[in-house]
Write a protein that binds this ligand. Structure first.
Ligand SMILES: *[C@@H]1O[C@H](CO)[C@@H](O)[C@H](O)[C@H]1NC(C)=O
Ligand SMILES: *[C@@H]1O[C@H](CO)[C@@H](O)[C@H](O)[C@H]1NC(C)=O
Ligand SMILES: *[C@@H]1O[C@H](CO)[C@@H](O)[C@H](O)[C@H]1NC(C)=O
Length: 187
């Protein structure tokens, strides 16, 4: 019976790894990395930084493998931090921009709701329904904007869901058909 292609690939990989060099050597941290990571990972040492996290973080930069001393590793770690912070700043930029837009949508929504309150108090149910219909679209707009943002973060999910449910409830109640005195039995 022919060997399954995936099983054959797996076997080839195992053979390659078991030769002891090649692929396996690439993943082995250098002595300076293991020594430095052990030093920062010591209990009572700098931060007690986890040994594995230290090796893992440094391995993200090929320059770490070539580092000759702790000073060069500090450079690599600082370099990695710069990349991380650059990404964090972009995430925050995007989030702040989208949250500002959400804030504007919700302030407008509040004005619309305020006007709908005025309509309802004055018995203008249809005018109120139209305003409630407009208002009920706002939470979704905020949600979609955050969803489509490059930050891919939505800190407003709960508030958007709450406002969506409540505004749709108000709209649904305001648009209930008025009881028709001729068809009371059906109501
Ligand atoms: C610093 O990071 C850049 C990319 O972010 C990389 O090209 C460069 O090799 C790094 N240098 C060191 C010393 O880690
Ligand atoms: C930021 O650092 C974390 C932890 O080392 C890492 O998992 C993540 O991929 C980094 N992000 C960027 C954009 O470099
Ligand atoms: C929303 O409108 C109400 C009046 O209907 C007002 O009391 C409240 O302060 C407004 N909220 C905001 C954030 O503008």
């Amino acid at each position: 019976m022919a060997m399954h292609p995936q099983a054959a690939q797996l076997l080839a990989l195992i053979l390659l790894l078991s030769t002891g060099d090649g692929i396996l050597a690439v993943g082995t941290p250098s002595t300076i990395i293991t020594r430095t990571c052990a030093a920062v990972g010591r209990s009572g040492g700098q931060l007690g930084y986890e040994y594995d996290s230290c090796v893992g973080a440094l391995s993200a930069d090929p320059a770490a493998a070539a580092a000759k001393d702790a000073g060069q590793l500090a450079l690599v770690a600082t370099n990695l931090t710069v990349a991380n912070v650059t990404s964090t700043v972009l995430v925050l930029d995007d989030l702040v921009k989208n949250l500002r837009d959400c804030l504007r949508y919700y302030r407008d929504m509040n004005k619309t709701l305020d006007a709908a309150l005025g309509d309802l108090r004055a018995g203008r149910v249809e005018a109120a329904s139209n305003k409630l219909s407009d208002a009920s679209g706002v939470p979704d707009s905020c949600d979609i904007q955050l969803f489509e943002g490059s930050a891919k973060k939505n800190p407003m999910r709960k508030e958007n869901t709450d406002a969506d449910l409540l505004s749709r409830l108000a709209y649904a109640i305001a648009t209930l058909p008025a009881p028709d005195p001729r068809h009371r039995r059906q109501v």
